[in-house]
Ligand binder design. Sequence first.
Ligand code: SF4
Length: 512
Amino acid sequence: MNNSDIYLYNRKISKNADYTVWLAFPGIESFALSSLGFLWMFKSIDEQSNINVEMVCADTQKTKFKKDDVDLVGFSFTFDTDFLTIFAMLEKYSIPLKSEERDESFPLIFAGGPVVSANPVPYKDFFDFIVVGDGEDVNLNIVNLCKNNRTKSKREILELLAELEGVYVPSLGVRKVKKLTKKLENCIYTPIISENAFFKDTFIIEMSRGCANRCGFCLASYLNLPLRCADYNEIINVIETGLKYTNKIALLGAQISAHPHFDEIFDYIDKKIENGQKIEMSVSSLRVDAIKPQIVKTLVDAGQKNVTLAIEAGSERLRKIINKNLSEEQIFSAIDVAAQCGLKGVKFYGMLGLPQENDEDIKALISLASRIKHLYKGFDISFGFSSFVPKPNTPFQWLGRENSKTLEKKSEFIKKEMHKLGISAAVSSIKWDYWQAVLSRGDETFTEFLIDVYKLGGKLGAFKKAALKNNINSDFYAYENFGFDKDLPWDFIEIKPGKAFLETECNRLLSL
Ligand code: SF4
């Protein structure tokens, strides 16, 4: 952060503040400055006159950690492998990794974010407490509770914290924890505009949270049900605020096209562009049914050249099984509109190794790509793939993923066939996806394994060696089909619509 940063809120910097919170981001500062949820947390504490908050990132140089100077440390935990950077940051400041090794002289250390909300269990020994779900509303209560009870013992404070909805205190044993769900009428937006941000000078606006489509594998949907949309007038006001400082707007949300005023919001922006205002706008991937002429026109007017369409699977049969009910006709009509209304290309996103995927589905994918390529000559077509990872709290949480060997073969086959068609295709690392699955469905036996992964360097080989050393049968976590009657480590997290619904939905989808 530097002096040219623009704060869109009233900072209350008080020299007399006697309580200091570190908000820690397990990545470099430029990423933190483009991370909306993290910045919003920072803002909510920075607005308090009696609390000092410091942003601490993996590349923060100057901050020296003195136990007496820091009262509370909160980590954002967004990606499965964030634990590696979190450990590195703790070590950098000579803070023991395990909470039981941190005596009363150390600050309380907590985490929040999608990874620890879906399944906090593998990480339970590293944090004094974990915030499950949308933390924005409870964040300040937590900080104030800790501050107001600072003279009490850690144990006493943790007992008080455990009373708050959405707070999991591992040292107090397993008890039901209800996931926090934030109302979203008030729009969340970039509160600090910084030249150092990864998305430089970009004003991000969260239009909606969650996705009502409920694809069987999708954590973004299931962890964030129900779909919530920010109020239309709020969004318009926030767009106007952002445009005072920058001409780059990014609209965020897993399913922004489901916003009841989606078309009007785009019209509003397009009118401003038509009236001569220079606006660059980007959107997160759009659903195929959102590709309408007026929407594409706005995107093109706002400088967007390509659009990403998530089709997930190559055949209609498999798309049905994952609950992505999307016909070929809809896909082709979306490409038609995209091409006719001035976009230069479409990037398709898909997944390999989806439950019940067979050779016919892979052939259908190649055939689809080939037909698109031939019909839309000169249009820039590319594909990106990842491989299926079972995620806790989704209908497919019980399903093991496909063996890495056959997935590697599929990956090579697809890349080769796409290459023949002149289409660029990127596939995520099958090996990393395997370890992501292991971590996703991990349990309370993981503590030493995770520490060893970190100590051995955090690369693929380190995962393998650490698993062997700690008798972690990684194949079990990645490949095993769990029975519906199995107790799952994350069962104690209460997330609507609940386990019974997930089971019914899993059975329904797999029988299609
Ligand atoms: S449409 Fe996209 S965001 Fe929505 S549930 Fe499916 S994969 Fe998730």
